[in-house]
Design a protein. Structure first.
Length: 317
């Protein structure tokens, strides 16, 4: 069931009904209201002797008059005045001496204003509810995706990098051929009881082709390549890094054989116990979760972790 679609449809009906009701109330209010005239015309009517009843509303500075003869097709009219002319208006009303008398009144909130005071908060709450519900649906919610892996996937269908594209790293390429063969035919290694590799560490100065080597292994083996930086695991919120590690390894296992490449692993793989937070440090929790995932690999998972750093001396042993 598409909750988001249903919510949008429901909200559309609410808005349309609300607009219809507001328009209807405005129309009814206008039908029952008096015709408005200028202050000069209102004073002239008071002097003309056709006014039978007057209501002077203080605060609104409004005078409502009932006429014995229609004025421009209206049996009742109203006009507004400024405070500076209040004494003049009151004197004109006294001089007119309406047959049915006149009253002083204070402004009162109309039933329409009361209705709007209820309708507007309801509409705002409805919009807030719709926004919260739509934010919680689908994969675009930042809140729901906060603990998800940020790894970039290079699928095997994309143009690949091979060992032929890597120059000047013959020894590294020779050792990485073993990883390639394991990903292509793990059964050959398992048949002779060979130990399945869990990961490879590439280290060297920046710009020596560590990332290119990792992509070449994936290209040679025809495997998906998940690339992520070590700093992407670390957040200020406790547990987020470990959650992203679990999500990353889950995705890789679902698309095995696959390669996970963690660049600058020293951002998350430093010596444990050296941080200010001790055992509760978020970085250490992330590293612990990574080690659990690697040690708990299914022998048939066909997932290899390749990490890169230029500071192997600070990594946790």
């Amino acid at each position: 069931m598409d909750v988001k679609k249903i919510t949008r449809s429901w909200l559309t009906y609410v808005v349309l009904i609300g607009l219809f009701l507001v328009g209807g109330f405005l129309l009814i209010s206008n039908l029952g209201s008096s015709s408005q005239v200028s202050t000069k015309d209102g004073l002239d009517l008071l002097k003309g002797g056709t006014v039978t009843k007057v209501v002077n509303t203080d605060g609104d500075q409004r005078v409502d008059m009932t006429l014995s003869k229609p004025y421009k097709g209206a049996d009742s009219v109203q006009f507004y005045y400024v405070q500076a002319r209040a004494a003049e208006v009151v004197k004109a009303i006294d001089d007119a001496a309406p047959k049915d008398g006149y009253n002083d009144a204070v402004p009162k909130a109309s039933w329409f204003d009361g209705f709007l005071s209820i309708l507007i908060p309801m509409v705002l709450l409805g919009l807030l509810f719709w926004w919260l519900l739509s934010s919680a649906q689908g994969g675009n919610s930042k809140i729901m995706q906060f603990g998800k892996s940020r790894a970039k996937l290079v699928s095997k269908e994309n143009p690949t990098v091979t060992f032929a594209d890597v120059a000047g790293a013959d020894e590294a390429i020779e050792e990485l051929h073993e990883i390639k063969e394991f990903l292509q035919d793990p059964g050959k290694f398992q048949a002779i009881g060979a130990r399945i590799p869990k990961g490879v560490l590439l280290y060297g100065p920046p710009g020596t082709g560590k990332t290119l080597l990792a992509r070449a292994v994936a290209g040679e083996a025809g495997a998906p390549f998940y690339s992520i930086s070590g700093s992407d695991f670390v957040e200020m919120f406790v547990g987020v890094g470990a959650s992203r590690v679990r999500d990353l390894f889950t995705q890789a296992k679902e698309n095995a054989p696959a390669i996970i490449f963690i660049d600058e692993i020293d951002a998350v793989g430093r010596h444990r116990g050296a941080g200010l937070g001790g055992g509760n440090d978020e970085r250490e929790q992330t590293l612990n979760q990574m080690l659990v995932e690697m040690d708990g690999f299914d022998p048939n998972a066909n997932v290899i972790v390749i990490a890169a750093t230029n500071r192997p001396d600070i990594l946790d042993p």
